[in-house]
Design a protein around this ligand. Structure first.
Ligand SMILES: Cc1ncc(COP(=O)(O)O)c(C=O)c1O
Length: 440
């Protein structure tokens, strides 16, 4: 296999600026796949063996610019789970308007903090060894913020710190609190539904203030052990639910839910932030995700947004009504068999997105056009059959190109991303996996 030289990645400033200043227009109906870029990728990668994954620099740059436009000046913290490549994080964070990382595991956060100075861990950790590493290093203590949402977790953290022999530092461990902003419509005392994710038990100003006071009350030798520096409130039911799915009735129901839920999220987030600010100064209030930037930045209590998956433009975003990122990432699998004239089997499988199982989690074959997964096998384990007239145009060794349903998960399958600019191979950048890192 011809190898591709590792390069340092830089976004195209002109493409970022053009997308940032473009006039916002809602995307039209879901377009047919534009074969052009995939054909260009196929030509560019002719000498490279598949399986491989590509990252299109122009589309990545455009997507970064579009996120900045939609954020309207509110800084964006990059959700690393949706990227999983340090080179890409570096390139995006070099742009004004992106600031800080929202990491997904503590070992990952510690690794990233060797290079990046503001890493918020978006999810609670019970990795005692990693907490000890954090506790023993003043630079890590000042760069990494842990997420908590309960007294139980706080007590666990304190017990790990107590058992850390070298933790004599007086720099308090930085904490952020997660507020649950799922929507729970009620009639009287009865909760009718839970719409959103199930994460934090902190829902009200009272819950938040109680936890903040508990944090402040934990001292060692008269010095605060922790400092609450931020709050995060991620409205998954708005950011993460496509409002224009193929089923129109479902789309109408989701849009209605999102309208109602937005009022609740804004009111509750603002009330909790106001109550918390009475008891402690806060550096940041984080909210939102790629799917909700316009809404979240309009909440004046929010000081920063989170986004990641809009950089790569996976297929989930083909079903949103208010924005449409360009497909910046794709992968190619080689044809290895032909079980029938209209069927080919490619080597490689899985590449299924996380979340509730369904066909919308499957990868989508995009080039050559007109191939489909087979319902009985789907995206197979190590090989995947594809059916359609286009199979007749393929030979053993040809590549079939796919888009993934989600974003950073692509990087768990490959050691590097081949960086393309149209039909030109610019080089490659390592993924977390290519750097020997599997965090989750
Ligand atoms: C806490 C948090 N913030 C933001 C996001 C949005 O990330 P993205 O923009 O990559 O969809 C997520 C996604 O699950 C999340 O868990």
């Amino acid at each position: 296999m011809r190898t591709v030289e590792t390069v340092s990645l830089h976004l195209d400033p002109a493409a970022v600026a053009a997308a940032k200043h473009a006039t916002a227009a809602p995307p039209g109906p879901r377009p047919a796949v534009d074969a052009g870029p995939w054909q260009a990728a196929d030509t560019a990668c002719e000498q490279l063996d598949a399986p491989l994954a590509v990252l299109d620099l122009q589309n990545l740059s455009r997507n970064a610019g579009a996120l900045l436009r939609r954020a309207s000046g509110t800084p964006i913290r990059v959700a690393s789970k949706s990227v999983r490549s340090r080179a890409v994080l570096r390139a995006v964070l070099a742009q004004d308007g992106f600031s800080g990382i929202l990491a997904y595991t503590l070992p990952e956060a510690l690794w990233l903090a060797e290079e990046f100075d503001d890493v918020l861990l978006g999810y609670p950790s019970t990795d005692a060894a990693a907490v000890r590493t954090l506790a023993a290093d003043d630079q890590l203590r000042s760069r990494v913020t842990l997420m908590i949402d309960s007294v139980e977790h706080l007590t666990w953290l304190e017990s790990v710190l107590d058992a850390t022999p070298h933790s004599t530092s007086e720099i308090p461990v930085r904490l952020a609190m997660e507020l649950d902003v799922s929507w729970q419509p009620r009639v009287g005392q009865q909760t009718l539904a839970h719409i959103g994710v199930r994460r934090s038990p902190v829902r009200t100003p009272k819950d938040a203030v109680q936890l903040a006071r508990n944090i402040a009350g934990r001292t060692r030798n008269g010095k605060p052990r922790f400092v609450l520096v931020g709050m995060m409130a991620y409205e998954a039911q708005i950011a993460g639910l496509a409002d224009r799915p193929l089923n129109m009735a479902r789309g109408a129901a989701i849009s209605a839910i999102q309208r109602r839920s937005k009022a609740d999220v804004t009111a509750r987030r603002q009330a909790v932030v106001a109550a918390l600010r009475e008891v402690t100064p806060l550096e940041f209030i984080n909210g939102g995700g790629t799917g909700s930037l316009e809404f979240t930045h309009s909440d004046s209590s929010v000081t920063e947004l989170a986004a990641g998956s809009g950089l790569f433009g996976p297929t989930v975003f083909d079903f949103y009504s208010h924005f449409r990122p360009a497909p910046a990432i794709g992968f190619a699998l080689p044809v290895v068999r032909r079980p029938a004239a209209d069927t080919v089997t490619v080597l490689g499988g899985g590449w299924i997105a996380s979340g509730p199982p369904g066909t919308d989690r499957s990868p989508t074959p995009v080039y050559p056009a007109g191939l489909s997964l087979i319902p009985t096998e789907g995206a197979g384990e190590v090989q995947t059959p594809l059916v359609g007239d286009a199979a007749k145009t393929l030979s053993i060794g040809s590549k079939v190109w796919f888009r993934h349903a989600k974003s950073g998960e692509v990087c768990e399958h490959v050691n590097d991303l081949v960086v393309l600019s149209g039909a030109e191979v610019l080089g490659s950048v390592p993924t977390y996996r290519g750097e020997g890192k599997a965090f989750i």
